[in-house]
Each structure stands twice: as structure tokens, then as C-alpha cells.
Design a protein around this ligand. Structure first.
Ligand code: ADP
Ligand code: MG
Length: 727
């Protein structure tokens, strides 16, 4: 197998070149790596607090602890001007009275500050002892903080207080940084302003060589960005608002750019240096199926994605592809055709689904589609009986089985393949590191991996969290689909909604009624579901209406029986929790009622709604909610009623919830941007990707002189993010 030898040689060269670079570039430790307690004014006690409270361990961490905002030292407001709308304010005046009130845990220090226009009450609940030492009655202070009203009078708790005599008025810097800090730190003399003093002292000790440039000069020039050192100085102590925003832009770009270069390198190194099995030709089984048994014409998007998969798997490198397609865009048939391609080239495939119901359904539809084809398909799930399992395992090992469908049980230790060539993971965003590693143990050369998402991921998120994967998009639905008409109704409308469900059923359709049982252990919601079921029965008392129910507390077998009755059309209504959320395909179901719809997230609603509108009939989705709705819930309902486009919904979801909350991305260190935002800085991200690709196209190992600083920077960051081909 000559390609194995050549790729082995290539990866060896790659490893050697990395090692060489590491040795060559090995540098003396920077002053910025010094532990924070060594900074003048910090010491062991405050050092400990900074570590615990803000995660600041080194000088560098302090420099990267950016201010929340700046205040203009020359701008002092009148106490008289404070209103309910006032948020942060800076005032100057004299402390006229100070006293400790209350006992024990209710103890607080209260001071009155007068400026000639009014009185502001200052209050401290923590660090009272320390405040008493630093703030004195009769003295004048500059005071900054967030105001509120207490007993009808303006009050400021835990303000930043500075003796007026010490305020720097030499006209050098008008904008003073205000840092995020905590009550505990304030109590230790590390107020937002103190943090500024430390940072300023630190900046005085460092120079350009400590904060070297990491973006290639020609890019900086083209974008007219300031250098890194200046940007770091200016984000803390800008001379003007423009200087500040230029610094922020540059640093945001840097964050995106560095991440894009890193992801690009991971992707390239996998594409070039990983080993992978080759599906060299399209064979009999693929062709026969394609020309004789394919039940419909493929959409343009399906054809394009198949071509991409075909190109990937035709080269001796592992494919690691994320297939993003909207609900109902027809990912399953793409999976099937890819598995036939593997089979034609003598390789086995596995297809994994997140739930047993879904695995079962895939299995059934594959059997149906392949019924006249010489392809061996088997199903393994948690509930496969021991004896049957033993037989299947044996057949897998012997290579009798071409396609194995299952839950993640498929990659359990005991399962051995003869020659696994392709693994398809359905309806999941991210296939975990552990699972991937388990897969690699199943074959000498790692199988190609195709991950198919449940719902679309916002573009910016895909570019960052999954930027190391190859990436396909199916943004086209099969022809003839009508968008699902979606409406929102309050619960008191339920009887009318059920009337409508009845007319649909009378016309031969089927209906889903969904309850938000989120955790199977939530007894209360479980009872809600049971009540719901009784209620549905009371709306459809005639024996000719048959109702199925599926929920997470049922045994797999029970679920299976109830589900398949609905799939076959034996029952008219499916009362269910979100277990049906993903993947289920019953084209005759044309109506869905979602109870307590305000409790669902946007992509979950979209995913649920995707269960209807799969046939040629006009379909409906009715969202029932209580009349009391939060603003976010209103926004979600408005969005879901307004559009059927999963990509648009994903963008809105990101906007409402932030990247950390989107499923599957929580653990991803790649999203820890300090300044940049995936919602507000889309254009910067596009630019960063563009320039990162340009750099890597010319110099994928960053060896050119102009790219070496970037490489040094990446290597210095190595410990911070997993640097491996496992995504
Ligand atoms: P999803 O992408 O949500 O997994 P499925 O693969 O379950 O979607 O496909 C949804 C439905 O669309 C299925 O009934 C499938 O048979 C049908 N379908 C898929 N591709 C086409 C096509 N090109 N033309 C017509 N119907 C299609
Ligand atoms: Mg699917």
C-alpha cells in the first residue's frame, strides 16, 4: 500500500518540522509570565485574591484583563441630576457623616456625600473595616459607581472612592479605565480604579518586545490597524475615544484571526497528513441504487454535497465533515448513498443516531430503500437481545454486514469491524473526542467521519467552533414542500385548536401534540403530560380516534410499539414529549400542537416543527402558551412564526442566547473570545477568515519570515487550546 508509506513519511516530516520550529523558536521566558504577586503593589495576599476572584495568575493575565468602560475624569456630575434612569455616574463632594448601622450579617457602613446640589448616600456591606481606614469624614472625594434609589433617596453601594487631591489632573489621560472586579477584591483594596493603577504600573515596565506583533505586517497595513503594543496600551489608557475603538477593533480582529489560522492549520494538517481509506470508484451498488431505486430526483444541494464527499473520500486522507442541513432537507439519503460508496469499495459503514427510536427508524427506512439490493444492513441498540447481538457482532467481524445502524452503542468496546471505512453520526452537532477516539480503535486506518447536524448552526459559530472540520451546507428543501404555517395562540384557545385538529384528522391526516417534558426525572412535568393525555382524550372521546403516547419513561419496547403504530397510521394522534424531537419522519402528519411552547428554545421548536410539513399536504404548527410571557419568549415565538428558515432561526437563537448556550459548544475552548462577539462582529470574522486563508494558502506551515511572529505566538498559546486533529 504505497500511499500509506508516503503519508507516513509526510506526517513524519510534519512532526519533525514542528519539533524543529519549537526548538528554534524557544525563547527566554517573558516578564509577562511572572506570577502576579511579584508585581509591585500586589504581594502574596492580593495575589491570591486576584487568582481566585479573577483568574489572574500572571502579569500577562492582568494586561488581558480589559476595562469594562472608561470614565472621563474631567466629567463630574451634580448629585442633583441623579434620576431613576441614571446608571453610572461620577460625582465629587465632601463626606459629611459616616456611621456603622445594623448588626452581624446586616452590618453596613453608610456615608453621606454632599456636593452643594444634593446628598448622595454611600453604602458598604463588605470590607467595612478597610473603608473606614481609607475614607474619612470631612474629606473631599471623587466618587464613581452605579446609582440606585433606597427609601426614595439616591444611593450608591460599593462606590469607587478616590481622594480628590490625588486625582490626576495633568491633562495626560482623560479617560480612566474601569475594570471588572468583585466585592471581595474591593474589600481588599482592589477596586476597579486600583486595578487601573496596577495595570498602569505594569505597562510602564513593559515595552514593544514584551508584546510583539503577531499579525503579518502587510495585513496590518492593508487594514490600517494599530500595532499590538499600542493596541494593548490604548485599550487600557486611550487618549481619545477613537484611539480606544481602534485598539478594540484591532484586538478583536486579532482574536478571530489567530483562531482562524489555528483552525485552518488543524484542517490542513488533517487533510494532508492524516491517513484515510480510499473509496476509489463508484461501483455497482451505488449505480444500481441511483438509477433504479432512488425514489426521487436529488436536489441540487444533495448532489453537490455528495460530490464533496466523493472528492474527500477519493483521497487517502481522513474525511472529517460536518453536514449542515435544515430539518427535512434530506440528509438521510446522502448518508445512504455515501454508505453505498463505501460498500462498493469493500468497506463497512456505521450510522449512529442519538436515540433508539431514531436508530430504529433509520434502520427501517434503509431496509425499505435497499430491499432489492444486495446490501446487508443490521441494527444494534441497547435493547438488542443477547443472542441476536452475538450473531450481529460475529457478522460484523467477518465482514458479512455492510451497514450497521445503531445508537452510540455501535462504538462500544466489544464491537469489532472487519474494515470500517465510514462512520456517520446523525443529528448531532459535535461528535465528542472520546467517541472519535473510540472509532479510531475500530480500524487500522481511521474511518471517514460524516457528522450531520440536527438543526443549522449560525454561520459565525460554525466558522469558529467547527472551523477545523470540512463543511457542507444543504440549504435547499426537496421540491414541493410547503412551508409549515405557524401560529401562536394563548391556552384559552385550546378548544378551538382541538376542533381544528379534528377537521384535519377527518381529512385523513395525523397530528402531534407535544409537551415540554425536559428531564425524564421531572415528576411534575411527567404528571403534566399525563393530565395532558387525559385532556386530549376528552377532546377526542369517540372510539374511532386512536391516540398513541411516547415519553422518556417508557421502555424502549413500549416506545417502539407506540411509535410504529403512529408511523403506520394506526393511530391518529401522537401525544409526546420531546423524545420525538429529532429525526422522526411521518409524512402524513400535517399538524402539530406544542403545549407550553414558551418553555422551548428556538432551535428545539424548529426541530419539533420539522416533524410536520414532510408530505405534500399543507401543514400547521400551533404554539400554545400561557398569557404571561417574558420578552425573550415573545421574541422566540415571533421568530418561529415568521420564518421556516432554519439558518435564520439559528442566527436569532445565537443572538438571544449567546454562543455559550448553543448545544454542543459549551466545552469548546475555541469560543473564549475576550472582546470579539459572534453576534456583533460578523464582518470582522469574515475578514479574519479571509486573511487567515490567504496566509495559509501561501505558507501553510508559517515558515516565511513575515509569518514567523505569528507562528511563535501560536506556539506560545499551545497549552491554551487543544492542538490536535481531534476536534
Ligand atoms: P433530514 O435532513 O431532516 O434528516 P430526511 O432525510 O429525513 O431529512 O428527509 C426528509 C424527507 O424528505 C423524507 O421523507 C425523504 O424521503 C424526503 N426527501 C429527501 N430528499 C428528497 C428529494 N430530493 N426529493 C423529494 N423528497 C426527498
Ligand atoms: Mg434526519
Amino acid at each position: 500500500m504505497p500511499y500509506v508509506i508516503s503519508t507516513a513519511a509526510a506526517s513524519l516530516t510534519f512532526v519533525v518540522s514542528i519539533l524543529f520550529t519549537v526548538l528554534l523558536l524557544h525563547q527566554a521566558p517573558s516578564i509577562l509570565d511572572s506570577p502576579i504577586e511579584y508585581l509591585k503593589g500586589v504581594g502574596p495576599l492580593k495575589g491570591d485574591m486576584l487568582r481566585k476572584e479573577l483568574g489572574i495568575f500572571t502579569f500577562r493575565d492582568l494586561l488581558e484583563h480589559f476595562p469594562l468602560r472608561h470614565i472621563d475624569k474631567t466629567k463630574v456630575d451634580d448629585i442633583y441630576s441623579i434620576t431613576l434612569q441614571t446608571e453610572y455616574i461620577q460625582v465629587a463632594g465632601k463626606i459629611t457623616h459616616m456611621e456603622v448601622l445594623g448588626q452581624k450579617s446586616a452590618k453596613r457602613l453608610v456615608a453621606q456625600l454632599q456636593d452643594g446640589t444634593g446628598t448622595l448616600e454611600l453604602a458598604w456591606f463588605q470590607g467595612i473595616h478597610w473603608v473606614q481606614k481609607t475614607v474619612q469624614e470631612g474629606q473631599r472625594y471623587l466618587v464613581y459607581g452605579r446609582t440606585g434609589f433606597f427609601n426614595g433617596k439616591p444611593q450608591m453601594t460599593h462606590p469607587d472612592v478616590e481622594p480628590l487631591s490625588e486625582v490626576n489632573t495633568d491633562g495626560k489621560s482623560y479617560l480612566e479605565p474601569i475594570y471588572p472586579t468583585t466585592e471581595k477584591l474591593k474589600a481588599r483594596g482592589l477596586s476597579a480604579k486600583q486595578m487601573g493603577k496596577l495595570t498602569s504600573a505594569l505597562l510602564a515596565q513593559v515595552s514593544e518586545k514584551d508584546i510583539p506583533e503577531n499579525i503579518p505586517a502587510h495585513i496590518l497595513q492593508r487594514l490600517q490597524y494599530v500595532g499590538r503594543f499600542k493596541a494593548i496600551c490604548d485599550i487600557h489608557f486611550p487618549r481619545s475615544a477613537e484611539d480606544y475603538s481602534r485598539a478594540v477593533d484591532r484586538l478583536k480582529f486579532e482574536e478571530f484571526f489567530v483562531a482562524q489560522v489555528r483552525l485552518g492549520m488543524m484542517r490542513l494538517s488533517r487533510q494532508r497528513y492524516s491517513k484515510g481509506v480510499v473509496f476509489s470508484s463508484v461501483g455497482d451498488r451505488f449505480n444500481t441504487f441511483y438509477h433504479k431505486y432512488l425514489p426521487f430526483e436529488l436536489t441540487g444541494a444533495q448532489k453537490r454535497v455528495l460530490k464533496e464527499i466523493r472528492a474527500d473520500t477519493g483521497r487517502p486522507h481522513q474525511m472529517n465533515r460536518l453536514l449542515q442541513g435544515d430539518v427535512g432537507s434530506g440528509k438521510t439519503i446522502v448518508a445512504l448513498l455515501s454508505m453505498l460508496l463505501a460498500a462498493d469499495n469493500g468497506f463497512q459503514s456505521c450510522m449512529m443516531a442519538p436515540t433508539e427510536i431514531l436508530a430504529q427508524q433509520h434502520y427501517t427506512s434503509l431496509l425499505e430503500l435497499l430491499k432489492d439490493m444486495p446490501v446487508q444492513v443490521r441494527l444494534i441498540t441497547g435493547s438488542t437481545k443477547t443472542k441476536a447481538r452475538r450473531i450481529i457482532l460475529h457478522q460484523l467481524k467477518e465482514g458479512v454486514v455492510d451497514i450497521i445502524v445503531g445508537t452510540h452503542a455501535v462504538i462500544e468496546d466489544k464491537v469489532e469491524f472487519k474494515n470500517l471505512g465510514l462512520a456517520i453520526v446523525d443529528e448531532q452537532h459535535r461528535f465528542g473526542v472520546a467517541q472519535r477516539a473510540a472509532l479510531w480503535k475500530k480500524a487500522v486506518i481511521p474511518p471517514h467521519v460524516l457528522v450531520m447536524t440536527a438543526t443549522p448552526i449560525p454561520r459565525t459559530l460554525a466558522m469558529t467552533a467547527y472551523g477545523d472540520l470540512d463543511y457542507s451546507i444543504m440549504n435547499e428543501l426537496p421540491p414541493g414542500r410547503q412551508p409549515v404555517a405557524t401560529v401562536h395562540r394563548f391556552e384559552n384557545y385550546r378548544a378551538k385548536v382541538m376542533e381544528f385538529v379534528r377537521t384535519e384528522i377527518e381529512q385523513g391526516r395525523q397530528a402531534y401534540i407535544i409537551y415540554p417534558l425536559i428531564e425524564e426525572s421531572e415528576t411534575l412535568s411527567y404528571e403534566d403530560l399525563m393530565q395532558g393525555y387525559e385532556q386530549v382524550k376528552s377532546f377526542f372521546p369517540e372510539p374511532r380516534y386512536r391516540i398513541s403516547m411516547v415519553h422518556g419513561r417508557m421502555s424502549a419496547e413500549q416506545k417502539e410499539v407506540n411509535m410504529s403504530r403512529f408511523v403506520k397510521g394506526d393511530t391518529h394522534i401522537m401525544v409526546s414529549t420531546t423524545v420525538i424531537e429529532v429525526g422522526v419522519n411521518v409524512p402524513n402528519a400535517s399538524i402539530m400542537v406544542i403545549e407550553s411552547a414558551e418553555k422551548f428554545g428556538l432551535s428545539q421548536l424548529h426541530q419539533l416543527r420539522g416533524r410536520v410539513g414532510r408530505g405534500s399536504e399543507k401543514s400547521f404548527c400551533i404554539l400554545l402558551t400561557s398569557p404571561k410571557l417574558s420578552n425573550d419568549a415573545k421574541e422566540r415565538l415571533k421568530t418561529i412564526c415568521a420564518t421556516n428558515d432554519g439558518f435564520k432561526i439559528a442566527e436569532k437563537d445565537l443572538e438571544l442566547r449567546g454562543p455559550g448556550q448553543i448545544e454542543g459548544t459549551k466545552q469548546s475552548g475555541l469560543l473564549n473570545f475576550k472582546l470579539a462577539s459572534l453576534v456583533n462582529d460578523k464582518a470582522l470574522l469574515d475578514a479574519a477568515k479571509h486573511y487567515a486563508e490567504e496566509v495559509l494558502d501561501k505558507d501553510e506551515n508559517l515558515e516565511a519570515a513575515e509569518n514567523v511572529p505569528l507562528k511563535i505566538f501560536l506556539l506560545s498559546q499551545k497549552g491554551k487550546t487543544a492542538w490536535s486533529k481531534i476536534s
